[in-house]
Structure formats: structure tokens, C-alpha cells
Design a binder for this molecule. Structure first.
Ligand SMILES: Nc1ncnc2c1ncn2[C@@H]1O[C@H](COP(=O)(O)OP(=O)(O)OP(=O)(O)O)[C@@H](O)[C@H]1O
Length: 259
């Protein structure tokens, strides 16, 4: 019999960061004094290259420790229990090429300490949700890049996480897969706190309830996609209102990386 740990359910936000700083390497403060809260819904994490998106996601995934400030996840669950309740797709996820899709997702379910009796049905459901049921017993080495990305998404959702962290999940997906993925995001966001980093502003407009914009490790903006769009004017660069809002908010005089 497993010990059942009773999770606190009295938190206001799934994710609460106060004055959060995360150092990478020796000196670089890749997340620099960020204060934000995130609850259920789909939070789009936007920002130019090097803004600190991956570093923030890694801190949320408990892979990196905060350098200073506080980060409270799920009301302050202890680390082991917290990790059971997180789903994480890193930018580059490692896998064994000879595993089948099912074996790999099962293996990840096992690492997340899911009760054994729940594993087969949870694995099947996760594989179906990413549209890979017909490839479930194929080896990973036979899949395309987009399919592998979907396997990565399946392993991230297999434990029905309360906090789901997806670092550039749409990279490598073809347009049809991206549309299906947006529907999945919307569905997941109804009862999960989903944080998704992306460079595709259209994905944010279509599937996110909330946008978090980072630049140089700082929080530049948090609000709805409509509020982001409202920040732009016709003079700002971009193909859509939301892209023009993004450009407007990043157009500070001291921002480097103007390329
Ligand atoms: N291990 C490391 N050592 C030194 N600097 C690092 C390290 N990892 C990241 N950085 C730096 O920290 C900053 C933030 O990087 P991060 O990967 O979090 O940005 P990002 O917003 O995810 O970028 P991208 O959109 O290019 O993926 C960058 O300037 C990066 O060069």
C-alpha cells in the first residue's frame, strides 16, 4: 500500500513568485526580480531570445533553485509530492530511442510514482490525447520530430498534473498538429495551471487566457491577450494586433537585442 499524502487545497494560486531571482552560470541573473501569480488557465510565456523563459520554467519545474526571493507551488507542497503533481516538457527532452511510445510514457509515469494500477489506462489516455494511438507500439527512433514532440507532451500530461510546464511545445509541429495542440491546451487549461513558452504569438492569441512577457529576466507585462493587443498601435511592427502589442511593450529605450 502506498502512503497517501493529503495535498493542501487551500492555496489561492498554483504558482506564486515573489521577488524571484534565478542565477545561471556564474553571474547571469536570467530571472531577475520577478513577482507574479498564476492559477488555472493557459499562461503564454513570451519574450525575445534570452529573455529568461526557459530559466523560469526550469525553476517552476524544480530543476533550478531560486537564488533569492520565494517560489511557492501548490501552496508549498514538499518537493517529492510536488514533483508527482508537475508535468514538464523541457525544450530538449531525453529519451531512449529503442523504447516504444507506450514504454516511454509508462516509464515516465513510473518515475512520477503513479500508482501501478492507474498506469496502463493513464498511458493509453495520454497517448490518445496527443493523437498517437496508432503509433503506440512503434519505437521512438522511427518517429518524426513532430511526433516525438507529441510523445513529450504525452509524458508531461500522463499524471494529470496540477501544474503543466511546456517549453516550446509547438516547435516542430506542422500547422494541422499545431491547431490540434491548441485545442488540447484549451481543454487542459480548464482544470490545470498550464505555462507554455512560445515564440508563436498566434498560439498565444488562440489558446492562452493570460500572457506573461519577459525581457532581460524582468517581467514586462502580465495580462490577457486582449490587453496585450491593446498596448500596440498601427505604428508598431507586427502582422496582427497582438504582435504589435508585443513590439510596443518591448520597445523600451534600454532593451538590447533589437535584431
Ligand atoms: N548555463 C548557463 N550559463 C550561462 N548563461 C546562461 C545559462 N543558461 C542560460 N543562460 C543565459 O541566461 C539568459 C536566459 O536564458 P533562457 O534560456 O532562460 O532564455 P529564453 O527566454 O528561454 O531564450 P530562448 O527564447 O532563446 O529559448 C540568456 O542570456 C542565456 O544566454
Amino acid at each position: 500500500m502506498r502512503n497517501t499524502v493529503t495535498a493542501p487545497t487551500t492555496y489561492a494560486w498554483e504558482i506564486e513568485a515573489r521577488d524571484l531571482r534565478v542565477r545561471v552560470g556564474r553571474r547571469r541573473m536570467a530571472v531577475d526580480d520577478v513577482t507574479l501569480t498564476m492559477g488555472r488557465g493557459v499562461h503564454g510565456l513570451l519574450g525575445p531570445n534570452g529573455a529568461g523563459k526557459t530559466t523560469l520554467i526550469r525553476a517552476l519545474a524544480t530543476v533550478l533553485r531560486p537564488t533569492s526571493g520565494t517560489l511557492t507551488l501548490l501552496g508549498g507542497l514538499e518537493l517529492r509530492e510536488l514533483r508527482r503533481r508537475i508535468g514538464y516538457l523541457p525544450q530538449d527532452f531525453g529519451y531512449y530511442r529503442r523504447f516504444t511510445v507506450r514504454e516511454f510514457v509508462e516509464y515516465m509515469a513510473w518515475l512520477k510514482e503513479m500508482p501501478g494500477r492507474d498506469v496502463p489506462s493513464a498511458v493509453q489516455r495520454a497517448i490518445e490525447r496527443v493523437g498517437l494511438a496508432d503509433r503506440a507500439d512503434d519505437r521512438l527512433k522511427t518517429l518524426s520530430g513532430g511526433m516525438l514532440r507529441r510523445v513529450g507532451i504525452a509524458q508531461a500530461i500522463v499524471n494529470d498534473p496540477a501544474v503543466l510546464l511546456l517549453d516550446e511545445p509547438t516547435a516542430g509541429l506542422d500547422p494541422a498538429q499545431r491547431l490540434r495542440f491548441r485545442d488540447l491546451l484549451t481543454e487542459l487549461g480548464t482544470d490545470t495551471c498550464v505555462v507554455v513558452s512560445t515564440h508563436l504569438v498566434e498560439d498565444v492569441a488562440a489558446a492562452c487566457t493570460d500572457v506573461v512577457l519577459l525581457a532581460d529576466g524582468k517581467l514586462v507585462f502580465q495580462g490577457t491577450p486582449t490587453q496585450l493587443a491593446a498596448a500596440g498601435t498601427a505604428e508598431h511592427a507586427g502582422d496582427s494586433p497582438i504582435e504589435r502589442g508585443y513590439t510596443a511593450l518591448l520597445a523600451g529605450p534600454k532593451r538590447h537585442g533589437s535584431w
